[in-house]
Design a binder for this molecule. Sequence first.
Ligand SMILES: Nc1ncnc2c1ncn2[C@@H]1O[C@H](COP(=O)(O)OP(=O)(O)OP(=O)(O)O)[C@@H](O)[C@H]1O
Ligand SMILES: [Mg+2]
Length: 292
Amino acid sequence: MRGWLIVNPFLDTKKFQEIYGLLCASAKAEGMELEMKTAAELMCPSGDDFARFHLPDFAIFWDKDVYLAKRLEKAGVRLFNSAAAVEGCDNKILTAMALNAAHVPTPKTFFSPKTFEGLGYKNLAFLDAAEKEVGYPMVIKEAYGSFGQQVYLANSRAEAEKIIAGLGYKDFIMQEFIASSRGRDIRVNVVGGKVVACMLRYNEQDFRSNISNGGSMKNWEITPRQEAAALAACKALSLDFAGVDVMFGEKDAPIICEVNSNPHFKSTLEATGIDLSRHIMQHIRQVITCED
Ligand SMILES: Nc1ncnc2c1ncn2[C@@H]1O[C@H](COP(=O)(O)OP(=O)(O)OP(=O)(O)O)[C@@H](O)[C@H]1O
Ligand SMILES: [Mg+2]
């Protein structure tokens, strides 16, 4: 079985290289051939998409380049995760829409109206509606963001206005702050419709639990309600595998924070000893064998 590991041509820091290394090592251990490729190496004219390449049996899509993903699928390559799944997770507006449509519990969320470069959010009438229902503190998140870096907490209208002014013309969401989950959530790793590992992430200094932002982690025994919510989120977004962030609502009711199609699973490995990449390879083999 021959596959490509599609990675971003520009994300080559140690943090990313480690993940690519784990994926390649697991493929080898499972007796699968896995070759790393970037969009830069797969350049070909639209219309003649990939006719010049020896296409693989599958590709693990660890990039967020949705155009490339869609073109590969059109050329007949089975992607893990699919282009639609990657797109639905990458954009927090699309994620919220998919989760709501499937009645998966999420914080109450408003979307920014569309604006343009040079215009920005030049009047904030839309904020009135959001603050009336969401109130303060209000979580403001850029539609595209990772490692908690594009997630902000506004404690007042003045803070919200300042944050929004700093966003230029980027799309963003305005979200209810789940106070019972301040600085903590669980990262649930799902492969092929099953939970394979779970850890608690916590940070007493920050409302965000992300490990890259100074959070700590430990193994977590998932509850049946948390498991059901995480699996429902993966189903809503048609994911083969994912890292689902689940917050603690009132009486520990699970609330889905967000879903990652390319989960950074190094901390899960450290906290639980479980290597997600091994499960991913086994899942791919099973799917490709069944689809053949
Ligand atoms: N509505 C919310 N209420 C309380 N805490 C929140 C809320 N949304 C996010 N957080 C906290 O902020 C952290 C970061 O938010 P989120 O997971 O949405 O973005 P991200 O981590 O940047 O995305 P990614 O996981 O793709 O890197 C969460 O793990 C959680 O601890
Ligand atoms: Mg997250």
